[in-house]
Write a protein that binds this ligand. Structure first.
Ligand SMILES: Nc1ncnc2c1ncn2[C@@H]1O[C@H](COP(=O)(O)OP(=O)(O)O)[C@@H](O)[C@H]1O
Ligand SMILES: [Mg+2]
Length: 366
């Protein structure tokens, strides 16, 4: 069975070269070498038209075949993208990082942990439609959501499923794999909250699940194949967020350099300190500056405060405010910005953030 859920606008060879950080010639060579089937324009110069799946297949082929560009993947890393505020770019960062990591040949599982399902939507799925409604609207039923992270939790009262049944592969086998979400994911929060009230230690449920997943011990949830597991958390500090943070090695926290207040970061630090006190574990903080505007004096003042207070956590690579982001959401494309506009400044900034994070998180050797 093909793992491909969606079809998107084709890419020309120049865009593919840009995405893979290589030359047009070497893309052509890799296509032949890997025996990847690329379609051609029907009329005119018969230009090659790459699908998004083709690009991820090439990325995987390159990382498995060519020792010099193969990232040396170390242990599996678990990270949560979280900030206590909405609208700071968590989901944007999550979807774009997932794609950039996969373009480096890193195997990514990304889990939508927000029942508002913005991440799920950003990969082209419609969490509101039932399969019947999709068929009626002439859409592929693979664009709908039938299950989510809750279905992977032991004791889930609505029927546990296996990871293979739940994941979506919007760009094929070699692209990022997604555990989608819909409104009913809220029930997981309720379930975990009840369990805590009953005196169970449910804050560690997700950590236990991930641990068994890493070792491949739990046949319902075998994540041993992935180099990185990423959670896109909701801004609410609910039980799911707490569980994901406790399961994570890292928390990647975007801060908006526009509406920045030191409150959000000091709140997050206090949450991590409390976790450490109560559970003797907490993820390491990495801060990513977003909506950055180096021309504004106030921003530079804020930057100085953060880099002094959170010197260790601050990532030097930042993302500027750009109109490309809201445009990418206009429904013109189902692709995260790094794929839809690979040569834009924002895509290049996201690439640099992704590359720096792979090293900082210890996914690959620097
Ligand atoms: N650097 C940026 N420049 C401009 N708009 C951005 C930037 N980063 C994110 N956005 C936009 O901000 C909005 C909120 O982003 P989102 O990732 O959904 O935030 P969160 O997940 O933290 O709530 C989205 O419309 C997104 O396109
Ligand atoms: Mg979000």
């Amino acid at each position: 069975m093909l793992g491909i859920d969606l079809s998107t606008k084709p890419f020309k060879v120049q865009a593919v070269a840009q995405l893979l950080g290589t030359t047009v010639d070497s893309v052509r060579r890799m296509v032949d070498e890997a025996g990847i089937e690329v379609s051609r324009q029907e009329s005119g110069p018969k230009t090659r038209l790459f699908s998004v799946e083709n690009i991820f297949d090439l990325a995987q082929h390159r990382s498995s075949k060519r020792a010099n560009s193969k990232p040396r993947v170390k242990n599996q890393v678990i990270a949560t993208i979280y900030a206590p505020k909405g609208g700071v770019g968590k989901t944007t960062l999550a979807s774009n990082l997932a794609c950039r990591f996969a373009l480096r040949g890193v195997k990514v599982l990304i889990i939508d942990l927000d029942f508002q399902s913005n991440l799920t939507l950003s990969f082209g799925y419609d969490s509101e439609l039932t399969q019947e409604e999709a068929l009626e609207a002439g859409m592929s039923p693979s664009r709908t959501i039938e299950s989510h992270f809750g279905h992977l939790i032991p004791g889930w009262p609505y029927g546990r499923r296996t990871l293979a049944d739940v994941i979506k592969k919007p760009y094929g086998e070699a692209g990022p794999h997604i555990v989608p979400s819909d409104l009913t994911l809220d029930r997981l929060d309720t379930m975990l909250t009840y369990e805590v009230l009953e005196g169970k230690n449910s804050d560690l449920t997700i950590a236990r699940l991930l641990k068994e997943g890493q070792s491949g011990k739990d046949p319902h949830f075998d994540t041993s194949d992935y180099d990185i597991v990423l959670f896109d958390a909701a801004p609410a500090k609910n039980r799911m967020t707490r569980g994901a943070l406790l399961a994570s090695d890292f928390v990647i926290s975007p801060v908006s350099m526009e509406k920045f207040s030191t409150k959000a970061l000091s709140y997050l630090s206090s949450v991590l300190t409390e976790m450490q006190d109560q559970f003797e574990r907490s993820p390491e903080l990495v801060i990513v500056g977003n909506f950055f505007d180096p021309n504004r004096v106030r921003v530079m003042g804020q930057l100085l405060t953060i880099t002094q207070t959170y010197q260790e956590a601050w990532l030097d690579q930042t993302i500027r405010r750009s109109e490309d982001f809201p445009k990418a959401l206009n429904g013109e494309t189902d692709l995260p910005l790094v794929l839809s506009k690979p040569s834009s400044t924002s895509a290049i900034e996201l690439r640099d953030v992704a590359d720096a994070l792979l090293i900082r998180l210890g996914v690959i050797d620097g």
